[in-house]
Design a protein around this ligand. Sequence first.
Ligand code: LLP
Length: 432
Amino acid sequence: MLYDNIEIKNGRLYFAGADTVELAEKYGTPLYLMDENRIRERCREYKSALDSFALEGSCAIYASKACSFGGIYRIIAEEGLGADVVSAGEIFTAKSAGFPMEKAYFQGNNKTDADIRFALDCGVGYFVCDNFEELDALDRIAGERGAVQKILLRVTPGIDPHTYDEVATGKVDSKFGIAVETGQALEAVKSALSKKNLSLEGIHCHVGSMVFDSDVFIRAAAVMLGFAAEIKKVFGFDIKILDLGGGYGVKYYEGQGNIDIPANIKQVAEYVAEKSAELGIKTPSLRLEPGRSIVADAGVTLYTVGSVKKITGYKNYVSIDGGMTDNPRYALYESRYTVITANKADAEPRLTADLVGRCCESGDIIQPAVGFPVDIGRGDIVAVLTTGAYNYSMASNYNRIPRPPIVIVKDGESRVAVKRESLENLIENDVF
Ligand code: LLP
């Protein structure tokens, strides 16, 4: 099986030790399942690799855009990770869940004055500043409160991570960060150092997502450390923190490449120590911001089949009770997934059909050309694997479809973590 929390027993799909067909009956579909132990294991992989190989104080920061709800911030906090938050909504969710906000890193390329005030009110530990205007605004607002705010400066190292364009963010022409190559990043350091109410702690980059090449983070670190050396030379200032962002890829289907994350962290950490020594700068403490690789394989989505349409001589469709509203990733990026018919998991997949959703849009495809049992029909349960990242967090109410619930599975037991949205929820803000 694709991951070891997936099993087939007596013709049924089991996830995290639980029978998915029973879970579909109990909670209804569409349904997001999340394997709590798996999330914790992934956190521990990062933590132990950084504790073993990087400078003391180094840590992983969970990029909560991958999947944000109250319970996940509690799990992350218990595992000792920080949290990357990108909006007042994520900050509010984290804070409400009791997350220690001094370990929150506020990212984003356009933080409004209201966002800045809210983040300061909530005690966010670090701002990852993206542009000159933000430095000015944060300095002004922190000053009004008599506070000094810790910041990292987001820069673009000009690295092409060889991934899909929508998620390649570290290139010089990116909307995120300030370019090292053009000299503008050095100007931003000058600006940050001149501000009374800002304390520059380090530099940040994020090269992209779904990275499988083992040298991508080394190449990024090389540029970033070169930049740190330049900062030292020009301003006599040592950065304390080097944040290399997130981006490790995960496997969505058999035959796809993979990357050994702990081994890569070891390589990167060793490189950072050696290169810093060579450049004559203090070795910075490391931050990594994994999102996908913490939660992706901890998630499975279950659907119920409504119709099977066989257009003789053309193609076949299997329609389910969810769609691009709960998983827009094929529609957006043509992302591939592994699909299993959960209640007929032993059957030969001899019928090829597109797995499509119920939205009024032809592009509402979860996955094209999937193999199904020949007798698939109304009432069968279909599971899409590896949906823990960027599914719930990217879900929408298009066509006024309520979002599915999240059920946490742990040691074979299940409980609701996020309730199913109701029809009443959909109209509660309609005041006209
Ligand atoms: N740090 C920053 C600053 C980021 O922008 C991101 C992702 C991460 C960390 C986490 O990257 P990860 O480890 O998850 O690759 N919606 C897209 C992915 C967008 C990623 C955006 N930034 C998808 O579904 O593939």
